[in-house]
Ligand binder design. Structure first.
Ligand code: SF4
Length: 363
């Protein structure tokens, strides 16, 4: 069995390490490019959201490169991700891309037993020590969280950097080295080493950079191609930023502590009191948190055709007014021109900078 999977940010780094550890053959599709999107779009329903088109492109490339089994996560809705698995299979089958499918649905949707049973299929029924699998999962979990901790620190420190670009270079070098590492332990050592380097980069603590929160649809937040490398651009501009939704956060809220999340989701916030699918309610709550934590602004990211985030977009003007916080909504689709999108981000950051100066110094 040779597995493949669709891209979601750095998830491929962790999946490759896990498969190496468990001796499972795994074909990592090439990273997302315009070509991936064009291929996926050719075969996808026109109105479907952007992640579907990219995932279709990834899986075609994975199957072409020799994979015979697709492994992907799903959700029980109500947004479209709940149907992605079945629809993707049907689209790929019809176009000659045949593979076996293992859908890893949420605990709420299929229960823990069924989830473990399906996860077991990934190891192809080979008898492997459960202890080894548990150790590998624990190790990969640690890799994901350590890398995200470092990334978070870099995103915050970028606004205070004296020589712009050094932190970003460290991040890229670290990810590149992990991609070439053969074991979980090596990957953890690499991250530790680069985390030390991050602390050595000189900062100007007197600076008062613009601070923003990135929020919105999960795929656009995690997959750099899905947001046209927005994080890189913010780092280049010297903006301090943070985002809550990451792969580690998703694993925690979906598999590790699903009940805690369900409790949080049942709380009302006054703007969007019920879960309407995707991470819409999280987006609303992050705007409220951003205001409480004195951020200068919020950037909401969503792909064209995303149902839950469109609803949030319509609530944003009221939130901006009531909470007195600036919000920019950026919608990505396959027609996006990079220049137009960069201009909007730059104009937003520039406006936040001027607003800050006006509030602090009166000019
Ligand atoms: S959250 Fe939006 S973009 Fe993501 S799968 Fe659901 S509808 Fe599509």
């Amino acid at each position: 069995m040779k597995i493949t999977f669709p891209h979601l940010g750095d998830a491929y780094i962790a999946v490759r390490l896990l498969c190496n550890e468990m001796n499972v053959d795994c074909i990592v599709p090439p990273l997302n490019t315009m070509e991936t999107l064009e291929r996926g779009s050719r075969y996808s329903p026109e109105e479907i959201c952007l992640p579907f088109k990219l995932m279709a492109g990834n899986l075609m490339e994975g199957i072409e490169n020799g994979a015979d089994t697709v492994v992907m996560v799903s959700s029980n809705g109500p947004c479209r991700l709940g149907e992605y698995g079945e629809l993707l299979k049907s689209v790929l089958d019809k176009n000659g891309y045949h593979a076996d499918w293992i859908l890893l649905d949420t605990v709420q949707a299929i229960g823990i037993r069924e989830l473990l049973k399906r996860a077991g299929l990934v190891w192809g029924g080979k008898k492997r020590s459960k202890l080894k699998l548990l150790g590998a999962l624990k190790g990969v979990y640690k890799v994901i969280h350590s890398l995200e901790r470092m990334e978070k620190e870099i995103h915050f420190r970028c606004g205070y950097e004296i020589e712009r670009g050094r932190l970003k270079a460290i991040l890229y070098k670290c990810k590149k080295d992990i991609c070439h590492s053969d074991s979980i332990n090596d990957a953890l050592k690499i991250i530790e080493n680069y985390s030390d380097k991050v602390k050595e980069i000189p900062l100007d603590r007197e600076k008062n950079p613009v601070k923003v929160v990135l929020t919105g649809e999960i795929f656009s937040l995690i997959e750099p191609f899905g947001n046209q490398y927005l994080e890189d651009k913010l780092m280049d501009m010297g903006v301090s930023f943070s985002k809550r939704i990451t792969i580690g956060w998703w694993i925690d809220t979906t598999f590790v502590q699903p009940l805690k999340r369900a409790r949080m989701m049942s709380k009302k916030n006054g703007f969007l009191n019920y879960c309407i699918g995707g991470y819409a309610k999280d987006t609303v709550e992050e705007v409220i948190e951003a205001k409480k934590n004195h951020y200068d602004g919020v950037i909401q990211l969503l792909p064209l055709g995303c149902m839950p985030e469109i609803v949030v977009k319509s609530i944003m003007p009221d939130m901006a007014e009531e909470l007195d916080i600036k919000i920019l909504t950026v919608v990505f689709d396959e027609m996006n021109g990079e220049a137009g999108y960069i201009t909007r981000i730059e104009a937003f950051i520039d406006m936040l900078q001027r607003r800050k100066q006006h509030v602090l110094y009166g000019y």
